[in-house]
Design a protein around this ligand. Structure first.
Ligand SMILES: NC(=O)c1ccc[n+]([C@@H]2O[C@H](COP(=O)([O-])OP(=O)(O)OC[C@H]3O[C@@H](n4cnc5c(N)ncnc54)[C@H](OP(=O)(O)O)[C@@H]3O)[C@@H](O)[C@H]2O)c1
Length: 216
């Protein structure tokens, strides 16, 4: 499959790019900074330069998506960002990618959302702007005609992956998960038609990733 990963230099995305390339997919890695192109290429992707928040180059997002079978939104404004960038990036960037996928024939869209996006008002006050932006992005994707999957991981860690997770629409608990396991779950979801049209939370657990996703 030809897959565009948006935010390809991110900590989860880099692991995903390497995994997808290792699995034999053709990967396009979207970044907004020229100095990240070489590393994204070394990870195994064809690097493309697009700023998801800059409307002047929005046209080029379409070019980046053209020819891809699937797109993954793995970008994000990051924890140091203010409310404005939750809107322009965590919502706006994801929504622009939905539009670009719709217009350019990439039928499949995998969203890296977040635990808590199902009910932003129940989250801690400081997290609400972020969770609202993630919820809006998920909603925009659900309204699209794309074959979507929305994955909502818990707090991401730099720990080594265990390959063991728990996945369900509502896990009823909070927790952590290594980025490496999230990356593997995305690669598995890409090849699992049963995950199309599903939204699910993902935390470290006791079930092998493929089995956990098959059970959704
Ligand atoms: N951290 C957590 O515990 C947690 C929990 C649940 C879900 N999530 C979500 O998981 C995703 C990945 O998290 P992460 O910590 O792995 O990500 P990360 O390392 O913060 O990477 C995010 C990437 O997005 C890129 N980006 C930002 N603005 C952009 C723009 N305008 N155009 C193109 N790229 C842009 C950044 O590039 P630059 O270097 O250019 O800024 C960066 O490479 C995010 O969507 C996050 O919201 C995080």
């Amino acid at each position: 499959m030809k897959v565009l990963v948006a935010g390809a230099h991110g900590k989860t995305a880099r692991r995903l790019v390497r995994k997808l390339a290792g699995d034999g997919h053709e990967v396009r890695g979207l970044v907004r900074k020229e100095d990240q192109l070489a590393e994204v290429q070394a990870d195994g992707a064809e690097p493309v330069l697009v700023d998801l928040e800059n409307d002047e180059v929005h046209g080029r997002l379409g070019e980046a998506v053209a020819g891809c079978d699937a797109v993954v939104f793995a970008a994000g404004a990051g924890p140091g960002s203010g409310e404005a960038r939750k809107e322009t990036m965590d919502y706006g960037g994801a929504a622009k990618l939905v539009e670009a996928a719709e217009k350019n024939g990439a039928g499949r869209y995998l969203m890296l959302s977040s635990v808590g996006a199902g009910d932003p008002e129940a989250g801690p006050e400081a997290m609400r702007p972020y969770l609202r932006a993630k919820a809006k992005a998920d909603e925009r994707l659900r309204e699209s005609g794309l074959e979507w999957t929305i994955i909502r991981p818990g707090s991401l860690t730099e720990e080594e992956g265990t390959g063991l997770v728990e996945a369900a629409e509502d896990l009823g608990r909070r927790g952590e998960i290594p980025r490496e396991d999230v990356a593997v779950a995305f690669a598995v979801a890409l090849e699992s038609p049963n995950t199309v049209g599903k939204t699910f939370e993902l935390l470290s657990g006791e079930t092998p990733i493929r089995e956990a996703l098959e059970g959704l």
